[in-house]
Design a protein. Structure first.
Lengths: 269, 195
């Protein structure tokens, strides 16, 4: 097992050599992920693990894929999507053009969910969904719009609980064990890698969705990301977080008003 | 690093339970000293979709504050923290809590093993870990980690547990400091708190 000092060495190597900054990730959590990878890839010693990471860039990609958490689902926390339908979409509808940023989109399930929501509110034609993640592999996967058939039953239930009234299966074409989501949804999505810990704002949005990403960050990095979101939001824009994440403890909260019991805030100034 | 840790001088109690352990908690929580000078963390397996009224249910049985753990909050003495459903709960060196929704461990999220292991690393010998009734073997690895880091471990007597699988699994792997019936658990906690 890797101890705290070794973890620090490793994370500083990665920052120095490759420019990826994991040093402000929540320690207990990232340590667990790193140890999991160390065990999974059967390194005989920490020294060998470190050597591989320092000298093999392709292994760094595996590291990033395995360290970041990519657990997600469509219409995850259906109550949240019901909140979007009820409180956010009617306001977005008043804009001539809607820009939404999914920061930390993982394999894209929540991006497709949002596109379905927009389509049902008759807003998709004037929307663009920017979907980004630090992990290039999941971004690629998200862009394909292909998901396991085995998950569709759960997603369909989530969809119904979110207030969806259509037949969920009308949004995809089923293959053997995979389904392909409608091209019409995909046409309004832009996928790209983006590192919240290091990169700056790239546009202005009416809605930023960043769910279950900030829990992996230390307070200071959370604060930095809140600033980035603040800079990237239109006045009166919305910020949506995960069910256990909050602006409450951040100084940024002064500029925002929580608009629903679900984790949705509106920027007031 | 260890010198600056907020948690270094603090003690902590961590309890893991699954099927059949709610009853035990309701029994022991009223008997925890209301002046107890340490945080109590509870990892209980429960249904994902249940809008958790567990906080209120347990809160009605004690004068101590009972709350669902929030991301990055600082552990406070005299407070009982509950792991939220569908998240792993980890203890950070600084004495704060982190949530994590990565893959289930042994079909469980929250995983007792995950929380116990991280608490063991932070609190070392100032930790008391307790395993209650349950129908799986989550918690065994975590309890072993607590013992390895010098902490105290207690296991509910399998004959006293509604679901003995979890205590039996733990007993097969480790020699605990205490094997206890449900009505003895609060005493151990209070004793640990005042020692």
């Amino acid at each position: 097992m890797i101890n705290d000092e070794e973890l620090d060495l490793l994370l500083h190597d990665i920052l120095e050599i490759y420019g990826y900054d994991f040093t402000d990730y929540a320690k207990a959590s990232i340590k667990r992920r790193v140890n999991r990878l160390f065990t999974l890839d059967r390194f005989p010693s920490f020294a060998e693990f470190r050597f591989r990471l320092r000298n093999d860039e392709t292994y760094l990609h595996r590291f990033i894929e395995q360290i970041t958490v990519n657990v997600t689902e469509m219409f995850r926390d259906p109550g949240f999507y019901a909140g979007l339908r009820e409180h956010v979409l009617p306001i977005l509808a008043t804009y001539p053009f809607i820009r939404i940023w999914h920061a930390g989109c993982s394999t894209g399930e929540e991006v497709y969910s949002m596109a379905i929501l927009l389509k049902e509110a008759n807003l998709l034609h004037k929307s663009i969904l920017y979907a980004t993640d630090i992990n290039p592999q999941v971004v690629k996967q998200a862009a394909r719009g292909v998901f396991p058939m085995a998950h569709m039953k759960q997603y369909s239930e989530n969809y119904i609980h979110s207030g969806g009234r259509n037949d969920f299966s009308s949004y995809y074409t089923a293959g053997n064990d995979k389904v392909v989501f409608d091209e019409q949804l995909k046409k309004h999505m832009v996928f790209s890698t983006h590192n919240l810990a290091a990169e700056s704002s790239f546009n202005e949005f009416q809605l930023i969705v960043c769910r279950n990403v900030l829990i992996y960050f230390e307070r200071a990095l959370q604060e930095k990301v809140f600033k980035l979101f603040d800079q990237s939001l239109d006045k009166l824009g919305f910020l949506a977080l995960g069910s256990k994440e909050s602006l409450r403890l951040s100084p940024a909260v002064a500029k925002f008003v929580q608009i629903d019991k679900e984790k949705i805030w509106r920027k007031m100034m | 690093m260890a010198k600056n840790d907020v948690a270094t001088n603090r003690k902590c109690v961590i309890i893991g339970g699954s099927a059949g352990s709610l009853k035990v908690l309701l029994h022991l929580i009223p008997k925890i000293d209301k002046t107890i000078d340490l945080p109590v963390i509870i990892i209980l397996h429960r249904a994902n979709d249940a809008q958790s009224s567990l906080e209120q249910l347990l809160g009605d049985h004690t004068q101590l504050k009972v709350k669902e753990a929030e991301d990055k909050e600082t552990l406070m003495p005299g407070v009982i923290y509950l792991a939220p459903p569908n998240y792993h709960l980890l203890v950070e060196r600084a004495g704060t809590l982190s949530l994590d929704c990565s893959e289930k461990v042994q079909f469980s999220r929250p995983s007792i093993d995950v929380s116990f292991q991280s608490a063991a690393e932070v609190f070392g010998r100032r930790l008391l870990g307790i395993i209650l009734s349950g129908a799986n073997s989550d918690g065994t690895v975590g309890l072993a980690a607590i013992q390895e880091c010098g902490g105290l471990v207690a296991i509910q007597n399998p004959r006293n547990a509604d679901m003995p699988t979890m205590p039996v699994s733990a007993l097969e792997a480790i020699d605990p400091d205490y094997i206890v019936n449900d009505n003895q658990i609060a005493d151990i906690i209070n004793k640990f708190g005042s020692a």
